[in-house]
Design a protein around this ligand. Structure first.
Ligand code: ATP
Ligand code: TZP
Ligand code: MG
Ligand code: MG
Length: 268
């Protein structure tokens, strides 16, 4: 059974502490995929919600003091209960506050997956890379090297997205090239992807399974975007956004296997 089928069969509960821009889109995307979203922020309940979930997705997009504390409480509970934790370090490097907070979080919490654009991931591990707000700055640089250094430093799977996605545990590296440029015109396309990765992490068995499951999540999301772009050609980002939700529900394991563009990077 593919990881996609496992997500749809097991319908994992995914706890999201995310930003105010993307919460409904993220919840709808998870539902379309076949997962069960739960947005919960109250300090009084986040530890309980994290404990009962299949994965916890932490996103600093519109952080403030209360959100940061909710993230810490949920993250600690997930760690104590062996629940996978995905961190989306939205805008890391854009301000000193964001960078400090995200670096504190990776010191305190054990991550399962870190997913961001190249600038965000570089800034999480203290490597400078210019960023304009929440969007990666120009330049490709050594994206594979940054991803591998981050994975080894944090002891987790690292995903750097862009036109081509890098997925690595520091030893084994995969590149996926599905996707569509329209994803850059929909706010929250990256945030929703981080939550989709959460759903795929929730159904992975410990060990080797995780990296393969995350690779499939990336290919799946990219294929859904490609088909959504084909179906909404000549319309625009609004129609594409809705069709992306449709395709998260409709892409089958067979279509995924046919269209997935995944290759292992020879350098490890
Ligand atoms: P940014 O703020 O830099 O856009 P993000 O958090 O929105 O970052 P992205 O890097 O845009 O995240 O990744 C979200 C999805 O969009 C991924 O599936 C990625 O593969 C895809 N993607 C991003 N840019 C392109 C592109 N130019 N062509 C095809 N797919 C892309
Ligand atoms: N501002 C703060 S969070 C956010 C914006 C626009 C959403 C970013 O979402 P994504 O997925 O990184 O494009
Ligand atoms: Mg984007
Ligand atoms: Mg983002």
């Amino acid at each position: 059974m593919s990881y996609l089928e496992r997500v749809r069969t097991q319908n994992p509960l995914v706890h999201n502490i995310t930003n105010i821009v993307v919460a409904p889109f993220t919840a709808n995307g998870l539902l379309a995929l076949g997962a069960s979203p739960f947005m919960a922020y109250a300090h009084e309940e986040v530890a309980d919600v994290a404990k009962m979930s299949g994965a916890v997705v932490l996103n600093i997009g519109t952080l403030d003091e209360k959100v940061v504390e909710a993230i810490r409480l949920a993250g600690r509970s997930a760690n104590s209960n062996n629940v996978p934790v995905v961190l989306d370090p939205v805008g890391a490097g854009a301000t000193a506050y964001r960078t400090e907070i995200v670096q504190m979080l990776v010191r305190e919490l054990r991550l399962t997956v870190l997913r961001g654009n190249v600038a965000e991931v570089a800034n999480v591990i203290g490597e400078r890379w210019s960023i304009k707000g929440v969007d990666a700055g120009q330049g490709e640089g050594d994206r594979i090297g940054i991803a591998k250094r981050a994975a080894l430093k944090l002891g987790c799977v690292v995903v750097i997205t862009g036109r081509e996605d890098v997925i690595t545990d520091g030893q084994t590296t995969f590149l996926t090239s599905n996707g569509h440029a329209l994803l850059t015109q929909v706010t929250g396309a990256g945030c929703l992807l981080s939550s989709v990765i959460g759903a795929f992490a929730a159904i992975a068995k410990p060990g080797e399974d995780l990296l393969n499951s995350v690779v499939e999540a990336l290919a799946f999301y990219g294929v859904a975007a490609e088909i959504a772009a084909e179906r909404t050609a000549d319309l625009g980002p609004g129609s594409f956004q809705i069709e992306l939700l449709n395709q998260l529900a409709q892409v089958t394991p067979d279509v995924l296997a046919e269209r997935a563009q995944v290759r292992q990077f020879d350098g490890g």
